[in-house]
Design a protein around this ligand. Structure first.
Ligand SMILES: Cc1cc2nc3c(=O)[nH]c(=O)nc-3n(C[C@H](O)[C@H](O)[C@H](O)COP(=O)(O)OP(=O)(O)OC[C@H]3O[C@@H](n4cnc5c(N)ncnc54)[C@H](O)[C@@H]3O)c2cc1C
Length: 557
């Protein structure tokens, strides 16, 4: 945590240096001592500290300064740091003015210059004030702050990205400026241009990023966006359960391993509010916890995790090269594709326009707190939708599940169906689908079609979470690996047709169980044609694939 600041202001350089020296000597280990030669200069420091969310514990200010008196300075500075203690420095002749200022600027103390020896005339006063300050002052949040608008898709994407990458951040909603002094003073300090181009991300250093892309944010949030080596034994694209398991097994068995993930490690599982059927966790665990543990484990074995999107693969003899969206490239002997699936889009008027502004794909857990005491609509009838409904029921007044079919039995696990039935604020509407979303800048209502009555009912709604199945996103691999009509990648025996090995296959063996039609390129998890779409099967495939990688490497290296 950054040390709180003691700010000394005096236009007499000699005196200022003496104050600074005395302050540092006694308080330097617990506080940061800053100095300014004028009220104006001090105000600039104060504004910058506010933007960085640092705290000021004490102002030690000379009263008689040209341009701006100590009291005039304090009148402005305390609007930004109202809890800071204030000590005015006066010459003998100023004492009347100083006493009067105690009322005007709420000065806690005035000190006569010079104060030698400080042990008698300075420290006892400051000790008492700083003790009071420390006792009353809550520690400031020091991570990244995001100033934006609840209904802005860009704000949602930034919050979601930071949360899923376990980067602590503070959300400041500009709409609350009237009631939240923290937000108000920040808005006043930013220039107009910045408040017009929200979201603004304020880094710990004070640097502000206006509407940053996720790649830019990743770079500034301390995530690694480029590989440190040019060449690896194993490169894994996708950091869901399958990719993470492969990374842990690969690195633990001595392979130089890099894992490239474009959003956040954990994949779909990372978005699950509670996974209850994963072996070894009888009371379930959140997807975020599973992802966090797996990332720690992977890092412990030396896996390099890169936050970037893989956009191109090249095959060059025994080498496989990857191009990333940020322009970086890396090569490897073995490549493992674990890119999973992404949410299928709901095709209805208004939905695309309002996505991120009240409509979200997946459970979007970052939005859950904001749905407190509201009605939440969840579209879908599979486990993911059921989990989301259970999760939102903790916050929302009512959760309405809109299910296209006439029952949940064929699409959802029985334990979840039981939980939904036992939760009083969850309502399940069968035979329904969303046919239109309404709202200007954010979702305000949805039209629901009942397939039995053919009636369309328009209901007010601020939050709609869509979970209607998923599809792979493998276009970038289209010219490299063989895929089915929906984009899932074939592997192993699926590639041998009428006893013939795949086109272009030159080796005197069949493709290995999880190998694609390109030797040394493997596929695991949900993106694989015919895979079982579960966390445990992804983890199983990811770990098993490593033994095929070893077999492959033993022939090429
Ligand atoms: C909300 C929800 C709840 C679920 N609950 C359960 C449950 O309780 N039990 C259970 O067994 N299963 C559950 N599942 C299913 C389970 O999460 C998936 O089967 C599992 O996550 C698949 O793992 P995967 O690694 O194959 O792919 P994914 O988890 O989809 O991960 C793929 C990763 O690859 C990344 N990626 C994609 N393309 C690129 C690229 N070009 N470059 C870089 N990175 C890329 C993605 O960002 C993603 O992080 C749930 C799924 C969801 C969505």
């Amino acid at each position: 945590m950054a040390k709180p600041v003691l700010l000394a202001v005096d236009d007499d350089r000699e005196v200022l240096r003496a104050i600074e020296r005395d302050l540092r000597r006694k308080y330097g280990s617990d506080y940061r001592v800053l100095r300014a030669g004028s009220g104006q200069e001090a105000l600039e420091i104060v504004r910058e500290l506010k933007i960085r969310n640092n705290s000021i514990a004490l102002f030690l200010i000379d009263q008689r300064m040209p341009g701006m008196s100590g009291v005039e300075f304090l009148a402005q500075a305390i609007t930004l740091f109202p809890d800071a203690k204030r000590v005015l420095l006066t010459a003998y002749a100023d004492t009347d003015a100083a006493i009067a200022a105690i009322n005007e600027a709420g000065i806690n103390h005035y000190l006569l210059k010079p104060w030698d020896p400080p042990e008698e005339n300075l420290y006892p006063v400051l000790d008492e004030l700083l003790e009071d300050w420390e006792a009353a002052f809550p520690p400031q949040f020091e991570g990244i702050r995001v100033l934006g608008n609840r209904w802005s898709p860009a704000s949602h994407n930034i919050k979601d990205f930071l949360a899923r990458n376990h980067v602590p951040y503070q959300w400041l909603d500009i709409e609350t400026a009237a009631s939240d002094s923290e937000v108000r003073s920040l808005v006043e300090l930013l220039d107009e241009e910045e408040t017009r181009s929200l979201p603004v991300v304020i880094l710990r250093s004070g640097v502000r990023l206006r509407q940053p892309s996720l790649a830019e944010l990743a770079e500034h949030a301390g995530l690694k966006t480029r590989a440190t080596e040019a060449f690896y034994d194993l490169a894994i694209v996708g950091g869901g359960p399958a990719g993470l398991a492969a990374a842990v097994y690969g690195a633990s068995e001595g392979l130089r391993t890099v894992m490239i993930e474009r959003e956040a490690p954990g994949g779909q599982a990372g978005m699950s509010s509670r996974i209850e059927n994963y072996l070894g966790f009888p009371s379930g665990l959140t997807g975020a916890d599973l992802a966090r543990r797996a990332v720690v484990q992977a890092r412990r074995f030396g896996v390099e995790i890169i936050s970037a999107e893989a956009t191109e693969v090249r095959v060059d003899g025994p080498y496989r090269s990857l191009k990333l969206a940020n322009g970086a490239e890396l090569s490897c002997h073995a490549l493992l594709v674990a890119t999973g699936v992404q949410w299928r889009k709901l095709n209805a008027p208004g939905v695309e326009r309002l996505t991120g502004a009240g409509i979200y794909y997946g459970a979007a857990m970052t939005e859950a707190m904001l749905t407190r005491d509201e009605d939440v609509y969840v579209v879908g009838g599979a486990n993911s939708a059921g989990q989301a409904a259970m999760y939102f029921s903790r916050y929302a007044r009512r959760v309405v599940m809109l299910v296209r079919g006439s029952s949940l039995a064929s699409s959802m696990s029985q334990y979840l169906i039981n939980q939904l039935k036992a939760t009083p604020n969850i309502q399940i509407e069968f035979n329904t689908s969303v046919v239109e979303a309404h709202g200007e800048d954010h979702l305000q209502a949805i039209s629901i079609l009942c397939s039995e009555t053919k009636k369309v009912n328009k209901v007010p709604a601020n939050s709609l979470f869509i979970m209607i199945g998923a599809a792979p996103n493998t276009e970038w691999l289209a010219n490299i690996v063989e895929r089915d009509a929906r984009g899932f990648i074939y592997s192993g025996p699926q590639l041998t047709r009428d006893g013939k090995r795949p086109n272009g296959w030159k080796l005197d063996r069949d493709p290995g169980l999880l190998e694609t039609n390109v030797p040394g390129i493997f596929v695991v998890g949900d993106v694989r044609h015919g895979s079982v779409k579960r966390v445990a099967s992804g983890v199983g495939e990811g770990s098993v694939a490593i033994s095929f990688v070893h077999q492959y490497l033993s022939k090429v290296v």
